[in-house]
Design a protein around this ligand. Structure first.
Ligand SMILES: Nc1ncnc2c1ncn2[C@@H]1O[C@H](COP(=O)(O)OP(=O)(O)OP(=O)(O)O)[C@@H](O)[C@H]1O
Length: 599
């Protein structure tokens, strides 16, 4: 049990409602409406960008209506023998304006999309970082990974490529229909006659496309698998004279992939001609009704021309919308899974930074724990830490030290017993309970990509540069002075790599900044007896001074300086006392101490 729970940090709270109940080993999935509300809320955080994106998209769609209107007027002008020079100029201007606005709209929409996606991603990561260990143990790792990986990638792809096109197309369709209606409602109704044909085309295509594309991905993967296997095992295949059957198998898989590929293409073209049929129905209706209107004097030839051009203009955007249907659906499915994570219950979210000036008493009462259906690893543990007391937990590997430390830190719910802070059971503590008053520095410390200062500010976002530097000084992180940019140096992935001992010091400095009244240390990084170990121990001592502290003593020098030592054996407390008392008593601790000194 080595999860690291850093000190509390502020995260936006999100309601836990409206998420569909998942199977117990899956994280929840939000409803579509809930996802839209969350994205809407993020959009309202950037009102300027959201309004600009919408306005420029509408303007771009509206600009596309100018050319058909000018062409219609040009037809009437020609019929009446007028000049067309002005119209040609207007056409050129309209084309320029439309091109400019379309470009601007694409930039604005994708920037808005990227901003919203970044917000969703931040919220997901913040929530994942604060997931309770019990939740992490319960859910399938693949589910969590695919959400922060695949789902984010899918939404991101659709935001950068598909979304601007889809929004532009939807607005173009809406405004063009509106334009048709304003021009002449009868011509608009004629255009709408194409609607049933479009619906039929879509109802034919959708049920066929998803399984077909899934099958295509499968057979392509099988073909790659077969080829790779044959190439990697070429020597063995030759040695056993099995080239013939293997080549035949590769050929068979390739043939299947080819046939499915052709099938996909056929499906696509079949859908294409169904779309063309719908367009034909609509255009024929507009021209037919237009002919009747012109003959009856109800419309000019120019107006009918404009109507026909407007209707023709719908083909492109409608095609974009229909062909992106799958992609939009897939991105939507990924988004509701992400919002499901954002909406995890806010008991996971820190309330406020604890006040380090108060030193509470901590009591573990009748603690028992078993991982899943495994044997008990802790049994009936009673342990009391007086306010400000430093207790060292000692025991052989596997005795249950890390498990007990995690229980005290609130990172693991015990299967029996309870933890009390100043006499209040953990369940009755405000906010996130134990996790708001205890900071755990565990064996695995993650250094986040970014500057060193930002990494430390995870523990206290409002920490000044001076606070950050003072915390690092207190824990003895002298190596910071040698970094090229000091605390502004990039560390973690893509930056300067920190040694495990340096990462531990960063975690200790985070603890200093978070200033929790209770600290739990469970680090086993430094080699016993090394100068690194001494430095770390000094740092840990300074960082926890004045706090009620439990130290898992991986090196017995850590126990020597503690106020009290507790020996754990096979999940039970077997000895308790000061280092001197226990050595004098000649029991299990004394044996451990003798062995340690004789290393
Ligand atoms: N996540 C887990 N799932 C199942 N069993 C676990 C898990 N974590 C620890 N255990 C088991 O629980 C027992 C106690 O482990 P724990 O890590 O608490 O001991 P420890 O005293 O801290 O040991 P060490 O000093 O080696 O870290 C061990 O038998 C270990 O194998």
């Amino acid at each position: 049990m080595t999860a690291e729970a850093t000190a509390p940090e502020a995260t936006a709270a999100g309601p836990s409602t409206a998420a569909a109940a998942p199977p117990s080993d899956l994280l929840p999935t939000a409803t579509g409406r809930r996802a839209a509300r969350v994205v809407g809320r993020y959009a309202r955080e950037r009102p300027g960008l959201a309004v600009a994106a919408l306005a420029v998209s509408i303007a771009s769609a509206a600009a596309g209506l100018i050319a058909p209107a000018v062409l219609g007027a040009l037809v009437d002008a020609v019929a009446e023998g007028g000049s067309i020079g002005g119209f040609l100029l207007a056409l050129a201007g309209a084309a320029l304006l439309a091109a400019l606005l379309t470009g601007l709209a694409a930039v604005a929409v994708s920037r808005l999309g990227e901003t919203l996606l970044a917000r969703v991603r931040e919220a997901v990561v913040a929530r994942v970082l604060h997931l309770h260990t019990a939740t992490l143990d319960r859910v399938r790792p693949g589910d969590l990974l695919s959400r922060v990986g695949d789902d984010v990638a899918r939404v991101s792809e659709s935001v950068t490529t598909g979304l601007p096109e889809v929004i532009n197309a939807a607005l173009a369709v809406l405004l063009t229909l509106l334009g048709l209606g304003v021009l002449d409602w009868r011509l608009a109704v004629a255009g709408l006659l194409a609607l049933p044909a479009y619906v039929l085309a879509l109802r034919w295509y959708l049920p066929r496309s998803a399984p077909m594309y899934a099958r295509e991905r499968l057979v392509v993967a099988e073909r790659a698998d077969g080829l790779l296997g044959a190439v990697q095992g070429a020597e063995t295949i030759r040695a056993y004279a099995r080239s013939g059957p293997h080549a035949a198998e590769v050929a068979r898989r390739s043939a299947v992939a080819r046939d499915v590929g052709v099938g996909v293409f056929r499906l696509y073209t079949d859908f294409g001609w169904r779309m063309n049929r719908s367009e034909f129905v609509g255009l024929a209706a507009v021209l037919g009704i237009g002919f009747l209107l012109v003959r009856g004097g109800g419309a000019t030839v120019g107006e009918v021309t404009t109507a026909a051009l407007l209707f023709h203009r719908l083909f492109g955007p409608l095609g974009t919308l229909l062909f992106s249907f799958d992609e939009v659906q897939a991105a939507g499915a990924a988004l509701v899974r992400l919002v499901g994570v954002v909406d995890l219950p806010d008991t996971e979210v820190p309330a406020q930074r604890p006040d380090g000036s108060h030193r509470p008493a901590v009591e573990l009462r009748g603690i028992g724990h078993a991982y899943g259906d495994g044997p008990p690893v802790l049994a009936d543990v009673d342990l009391r830490l007086a306010p400000g007391e430093r207790v060292a937990l000692v025991g052989a590997s596997g005795a249950g030290k890390t498990t007990l430390a995690a229980v005290l830190a609130g990172a693991l719910d015990p299967t029996a017993g309870e933890v009390l802070v100043d006499g209040v059971p953990a369940a009755g503590l405000p906010g996130r309970g134990l996790r708001d008053v205890v900071a755990l520095v565990s064996q695995e410390v993650h250094v986040f990509a970014g500057t060193l200062a930002d990494d430390l500010r995870l523990a206290r976002p409002d920490a000044t540069d001076d606070d950050v530097e003072a915390a690092l000084r207190l824990v003895g992180a002298r190596w910071v002075a040698a970094l090229p940019g000091g605390t502004a140096t990039l560390v973690g992935e893509g930056g300067t790599a920190l040694t495990p001992a340096q990462a531990q010091q960063v975690a200790l400095a985070r603890l200093v900044l978070a200033d929790p009244p209770i600290a739990v240390l469970d680090e086993a990084t430094a080699e016993a007896g090394s100068s690194g170990a001494r430095e770390l121990e000094e740092g840990a001592f300074a960082a926890t001074a004045g706090r009620t502290t439990l130290v898992v003593a991986h090196r017995l020098t850590q126990a020597v300086r503690a106020d009290r030592v507790v020996v754990l054996h096979a999940g039970r407390v077997v000895e308790e006392g000061t280092h001197a008392d226990l050595v004098a008593a000649g029991g299990r601790y004394a044996t451990l101490w003798t062995a340690w000194r004789g290393r």
